[in-house]
Design a protein around this ligand. Structure first.
Ligand SMILES: [Mg+2]
Length: 284
């Protein structure tokens, strides 16, 4: 407890795109903010809904931007899904993966008996029981998604596998436009199976709750810093955490002034040095 009676801050969760960088460009001051928080011995996590990129791929990317980061500080919607399974569904050992190769690798490295949906049925599959059962179907962004994968995953879910989505983002931005996101694939699985998924990624609280549980930190001892009210700020509310909206990404001051309900952050910061002031840390 500090003098105000509030629990002391122990953990800061950063969003990545729009907070640490915009596309390939670092956000000025973000690396200095992270360094200052490290000097204060605060726990730091970087949380992204991305299910295609592995945690290890983010380390050199952030290091190249001057952000000192360790593998354990990176949390993707896939790694949070793995943490959720371990903590809450320990009986699940075999999983079907509807996702990119990075997702399948992470599930296998985490010790799951994981099979790609494409390998669960052959090209001539005409319905009917699969050769084996699955404890869960994990659905993320799968650039090879097709009817065969949809059929395999739907059959597994209807046979009793838990339906878990890494995230439900319907689309995501590219340098030249938009592409369908994991949520569009999840929507197809939901329609075909008639089952509702457990969604881990933002705006659902699962990704933040998995971070808190693993770190042994209570929600009131943590803050989430993000640029997207619909994702970062809503997830923080649902996880019971304080939130700071930083205006270096998708939201500007005019939008911030209109936010209410779950989309309203506790505080708004113009940039990383403003975040430092709000957290009471010195950048120098
Ligand atoms: Mg963002």
């Amino acid at each position: 407890m500090d003098r105000s009676g509030e629990p002391a801050l122990r953990l800061v969760i950063f969003d990545l795109d729009g907070v640490m960088y915009r596309g390939r460009e670092p956000v000025p001051g973000a690396a200095a903010l992270v360094a200052a928080l490290h000097r204060r011995d605060l726990l730091i996590r970087f949380a992204t809904n991305n299910s295609m990129t592995t945690r290890a791929m983010y380390v050199p990317r952030l290091m190249a931007m001057g952000v000192a980061v360790e593998l354990d500080e990176i949390v993707t919607s896939t790694s949070a899904t793995i943490d959720h399974l371990r903590a809450h569904l320990p009986e699940v050992g075999s999983v079907m993966a509807v996702g990119a190769s990075g997702m399948l690798e992470e599930l296998q490295e985490a010790g799951f008996d994981a099979m790609a949906a494409a390998d669960a049925v052959d090209a001539s599959y005409e319905g009917g029981p699969l050769d084996r059962s699955f404890g869960a179907v994990i659905a993320g962004l799968d650039p090879s998604f097709d009817f065969r994968r949809l059929a395999a995953a739907t059959t597994a879910i209807r046979a009793g596998a838990r339906f878990i989505a890494t995230n439900a983002d319907l689309r995501y931005p590219t340098p030249t436009g938009f592409l369908p996101g994991a949520g569009s694939i999840v929507a197809a699985l939901r329609a075909a199976s008639g089952e509702e998924p457990l969604v881990i990624g933002k705006p659902e609280p699962g990704i933040f709750s998995a971070i808190l549980e693993r770190a042994g930190v209570r929600p009131e001892e943590a803050v989430a810093i993000g640029d997207n009210p619909d994702a970062d700020i809503v997830a923080a509310h649902r996880a019971g955490m304080r939130s700071i909206l930083v205006l270096t990404g998708v939201a500007d001051a005019a939008l911030a002034a209109t936010l209410d309900g779950e989309r309203r952050p506790d505080q708004v910061a113009r940039d990383p040095s403003d975040v430092a002031s709000l957290l009471g840390v010195s950048l120098s």
